[in-house]
Design a protein around this ligand. Sequence first.
Ligand SMILES: [Zn+2]
Length: 431
Amino acid sequence: MITDPIAINEHFVKLDGVVVLGIDDPEGGPFRAHVETMERPHGCPSCGVVAHVKDRDRVELVDLPVYGHPSRLVWHKRRFRCPEESCPMGTWTEEDARIAAPRMAMTDRAGRESTRQVGKWGRSVNEVARDLDCDWHTVNDAVVAYGAGLVDDDPHRFGDVVALGLDEVLFVRRGDMHRKEFTTSIVDVEAGQLLDIVPGRTGTEPKAWLEAQGAEWRSKVTYATLDLSGPYRSVFNAMLPDATQIADPFHVVGVATRKLDECRRRVQNELLGHRGRKSDPLYRARRLLTRAEERLSEGGREKLLGLLRAGDPKGDVTASWHAKEAVRELYAHADEQLATEWIDRLIEDMSDKTWPTEVRSLGRTLLHWKHEIIAWHRAHFTNGPTEAMNNLIKRVKRAAFGFTSFRNYRIRSLLYAGKPNWSLLATVRPR
Ligand SMILES: [Zn+2]
């Protein structure tokens, strides 16, 4: 049996330069180890004279569980006083980053482990707080502090990027009006790595971010993928003028599907004078309409055609459905030349005044984005990875029951999807 306090520290508490004063294991509460740092002379930070110990200050820090029980490290901190009468230093409390970073309510090792649990394994802050028997803020503060060191102090977290994507994500709804606030994800769409998140979905912040990366870095970006959004196009025009812009197929098909949906609801309303109800043919057709045609079963196809005959006498919805399928077919053409001929034909066809307004609007979108849409056939980069990334970010948001602080959200998302170098976790400095 070990009874020597220094040996107990070596075997059990395991903190350099620390002496165990005693152990306290109350019924029902966390296990407590009382410690102090080893006695050594402290110089006054201001004048260098050997300081006097004035008194002690007990600080209770959340520590890693011991044998499955929550634990606390009670640090009996020395408070010092400068004996030099003319010195302005007065009194101060000792700090030791090996035990805990300044102002942190958690030991250093518990802070690093919490960051790994939440950032790397995607556990919720609540779960980790429950394991440690502490509150949400204690864990979250630690994760954000150590996490910031990991994602922002590592100049090698990402290198050159060949294909860069911009994508908007709904960040939070604020206030009584539930005003939506957006963020922009900046992604290496080739590597599937979240490079950063900036506030807003106008071009200003992504522009500043690209500016900060330097001209050399920007010159390596060969492809730039985007949803069909004007602000992101102008970011690329200004900051990556030589990169080929690619419209993300997912968003292009998404526009066609949205137009089809608009058309279905308009016809429904014109015909029946109310919004879709369970028994209405067009309402019953809504899922069959948006499904890819080749994924419809024989029976499903028959059913859809029957519902359209019943609910779409003028054929507007049917036309929008064909238009959506024709847009999807764009991506079946492997060859850029064929795809160009196909999109030219679509744009021409859809401009015909006999088509429903939704189809003509879709045709105008295709015309507006023709070069970016066709560019996909040169290099098959899509925001697909970005979508996956956004799903990860949504998971992070759910795990935290919705962030409102942008800094928290950015660090947490980057820990999860930004591929930080986890081998640096042991040495990063919390911020
Ligand atoms: Zn002094």
